[in-house]
Design a binder for this molecule. Structure first.
Ligand SMILES: C[S@@+](CC[C@H](N)C(=O)[O-])C[C@H]1O[C@@H](n2cnc3c(N)ncnc32)[C@H](O)[C@@H]1O
Length: 278
């Protein structure tokens, strides 16, 4: 089965769990909040936003509620249906311009220079595996000159931190069997191919230096990096504990908001964020 079919099947079966992904735990809520903070300065009323790999539309709805016109693209027809129905539920369907089922590495049905802001959040670029260069070229092509792109990918180092901090995770089964879990292979190449104990399709995990160089090569300027989350990265159960106390939670939010755009920490989060202009 080719990579795009594996990803499509995975997300078609994943269904509505995708809508809840950034709301399940305190840690997920924090990821959502930082992703929104990172994109918020670009969200002006009436602009054209392209939500590439929109999933169930968690961000698409927010963009529409900010007064932006929103177009959607996803490789999974199931996720795209969910995103459209969420836009109806939240009464923002009049802001929905286009919706397309496609692979982001080939968006040839979309004309050049079309969108003010192109967003690709929640790791769609990781699923391109060894084809991410084409995906980044396409993000560049569909964005207007003077427009902006905002992406989040799963970070190569951050993903280890995320795994080690997971509740009920058998840490010694993982660290004690580095060959089985391909730990050195992932660290070295970023590639995690199909694996019998990993339900997700093959992915490529990025480091900040690599991602920045790829976007620069595609023609993007003013490239900025960030980490989501940052200070609390990997400490899932601590985030849960902090969430129960309003003052503590507000202090953590302040810490995160002041630190997550520190480029020296960009590799530490579950997600590596990048913004750039064309
Ligand atoms: C984890 S979800 C993120 C959804 C949403 N952007 C968010 O952040 O909440 C990843 C989405 O990327 C989509 N995707 C993965 N590979 C893709 C590709 N090659 N082209 C388009 N969409 C893709 C999946 O179908 C899925 O809906």
């Amino acid at each position: 089965m080719v990579q795009t079919d594996k990803t499509r099947n995975y997300y078609n079966n994943y269904g509505s769990k995708e809508w809840d992904r950034l709301d399940k735990t305190a840690y997920d809520k924090l990821n959502f909040l930082l992703h929104m903070d990172f994109v918020s300065k670009y969200l002006k009323k009436g602009i054209e936003v392209f939500d590439v790999g929109c999933g169930a539309g968690r961000f698409s709805v927010e963009f529409a509620e900010s007064g932006c016109n929103v177009s959607l693209l996803d490789i999974s027809e199931e996720q795209l249906l969910l995103a459209k129905s969420k836009m109806k539920d939240y009464k923002v369907e009049k802001r929905l311009k286009y919706s397309v089922i496609a692979d982001l590495a080939d968006m040839s049905m979309i004309e050049d220079n079309k969108f003010d802001v192109t967003v690709c959040y929640g790791a769609p670029l990781n699923y391109l595996f060894d084809n991410y260069t084409d995906g980044i070229k396409e993000l560049f092509r569909v964005t207007k000159s003077g427009g902006n792109v905002v992406v989040s990918v799963n970070s190569r180092l951050g993903i280890f931190r995320t795994l080690l901090g997971k509740d009920n995770f058998n840490i010694n089964n993982f660290l004690g069997r580095p060959d089985y879990w391909m730990i050195n292979e992932v660290l070295k190449t970023g590639n995690l191919p199909e694996h019998p104990d990993v339900p997700q399709p093959p992915r490529h995990f990025f480091v900040s230096k690599e991602l920045k160089a790829l976007f620069k090569k595609a023609g993007f300027k003013n490239i900025k990096l960030a980490s989501s989350p940052c200070v609390i990265s990997g400490l899932r159960s601590k985030a849960e504990e902090i969430y129960k106390d309003k003052n503590s939670w507000n202090t953590l939010l302040g810490l995160e908001l002041r630190s997550y755009k520190n480029e020296y920490l960009a590799d530490s989060g579950e997600f590596l964020l990048l913004s750039a202009s064309k």
